[in-house]
Write a protein that binds this ligand. Structure first.
Ligand code: FMN
Length: 203
């Protein structure tokens, strides 16, 4: 099978994207509008970039309905700040409740019944129930295309990290305690439990 993405619809390419790049970690992103309305949304096009400077990235697509920016992107463009909250199995149901595209005025902390707690450096609150929270300042936003199927890449510098004591030992994150969930295609999620070791060869 050989496929030419340029000859396919964006939906066909989207299915290839979400089925091929798996499992994907989930950034549960809290932001605040200029007027102080809180927002919370999940993004599985999420990854680290480098530790010095400490940069992470996630990619909100534009809204399918009207091609406009999702609330998260709008807020970051306006305020330059956001928090990435890591999703453990314990909050996956609450995370899922934030997935519909609610009106801009809706506070998804209320919808999900999650607790906002004040951040230390940035204005948007953190999710208290999340075991790892990263306060971020926007570094850059790259945009690709326009309308439905198009998207943006948000790059942020982590300016403060909050790690629950139970998941932190000697500078490392304890995977079993974090119990992170990952997104596959559609409604399927994965746990990080079927693990195996592979020693890296030396030169
Ligand atoms: C687990 C999960 C992962 C998601 N990943 C993405 C993503 O990577 N990019 C995206 O644009 N939307 C993604 N979504 C959909 C957004 O969360 C959804 O459009 C949300 O309503 C956007 O909210 P906002 O308008 O408040 O920013 C994901 C949803 C879920 C539940």
């Amino acid at each position: 099978m050989e496929l030419n993405p340029q000859g396919q619809s964006w939906i066909e390419n989207y299915k290839l994207l979400i089925g091929s790049i798996v499992p994907r970690p989930i950034a549960f992103v809290s932001t605040e509008s200029r007027e102080g309305i809180r927002n919370l949304a999940a993004f599985s096009f999420f990854n680290g970039v480098c530790p010095k400077p400490f940069i992470i990235s996630f990619a909100p697509m534009f809204k399918t309905a009207n091609g406009g920016p999702k609330d998260t992107l709008k807020n970051i463009e306006e305020t330059d700040e956001f928090v990435v909250n890591i999703v453990s199995e314990s909050i996956v149901e609450q995370m899922n409740r934030t997935a519909p595209e609610y009106d801009f005025e809706v506070d998804e902390f209320d919808v999900a019944k999650l607790t906002p707690i004040a951040s230390v450096v940035v204005k948007p609150p953190r999710v208290a129930e999340s075991k790892i929270q990263m306060e971020c300042k926007k570094v850059n936003i790259l945009k690709f295309g326009s309308g439905a199927g198009a998207g943006a890449l948000v790059l942020g510098e982590v300016v403060r990290m909050h790690v629950e004591d139970s998941v932190y030992r000697e500078g490392k994150i304890i995977l079993e305690e974090l119990a992170p969930v990952a997104r596959m295609a559609g409604d399927t999620y994965a746990r990080a439990t079927d693990l195996f070791e592979l020693k890296r060869p030396t030169l």
